[in-house]
Design a protein around this ligand. Structure first.
Ligand code: GRF
Length: 197
């Protein structure tokens, strides 16, 4: 029995594409939906080109009513029969109600070595701190932002001439390896962390 995976995006969807491309062969999951809160998200075309159903739930008409926005998202997830939700650059804060509904079944990728640098501007913060290494984390989503149980991490050496952009690019390349590796393990029922390299 393969698990049905929905991916939530807001942007270019490079992590989404890596996840979609990984779910073939003996992988224990298959994509059932890519959903964006922004109709302009570049990832929607990438998903459609791969033959994956797409949906848009624009948050703006809900005027800040997060619960009603999330009810609309949940109806799309239910319609698609989603069992696992992967957040992949989904730029909306989720309510505790939504998080509780998907608890233990919702993953996120974050571009830092959590618990360091939850939130935004992670690469600039790592450089400002003089860190020798940076990286990315896949974690279960809980009510506290970027703080759920860690399911995998990949580490990247910081170079002396790194800028936030150059570091972000190297970390992103690792995200594309880490997230599929974690999803494969997680969908197979194994929550032990994937540690790369
Ligand atoms: C990634 O850096 C991810 O870690 C962060 O948002 C970015 C999304 O990039 N949460 P993409 O849309 O997957 O290309």
């Amino acid at each position: 029995m393969t698990r049905r995976v929905a991916i939530l995006i807001s942007g270019g969807g490079s992590n989404m594409a890596a996840l979609l491309d990984s779910m073939t062969g003996d992988h224990p999951a298959r994509p059932c939906l890519v959903l964006s809160n922004d109709a302009q998200a570049g990832g929607l075309e990438k998903a459609a080109a791969r033959g994956v159903p797409v949906a848009v739930v624009d948050h703006r008409p809900f005027g800040g009513d997060r619960a009603r926005f999330e009810a609309a998202v949940n109806s799309e997830l239910d319609r698609a029969g989603a069992e696992i939700v992967c957040l992949a650059g989904f730029m909306r804060i989720l309510t505790p109600g939504f998080v509780a509904r998907w608890r233990g079944r919702m993953l996120n990728i974050h571009p830092s070595l959590l618990p360091k640098y939850p939130g935004l501007d992670t690469h600039a913060r790592a450089l400002a701190a003089g860190d020798a290494e940076a990286g990315c984390t896949v974690h279960e989503v809980t009510a506290e932002l970027d703080a759920g149980p860690i399911l995998g991490q990949a580490r990247v050496r910081v170079a002396p001439d790194d800028t936030p952009d150059s570091l972000a690019a190297r970390v992103l390349a690792q995200e594309h390896i880490l997230y599929p590796a974690v999803l494969r393990r997680f969908a197979g029922g194994d929550r032990r962390p994937v540690l790369l390299p």
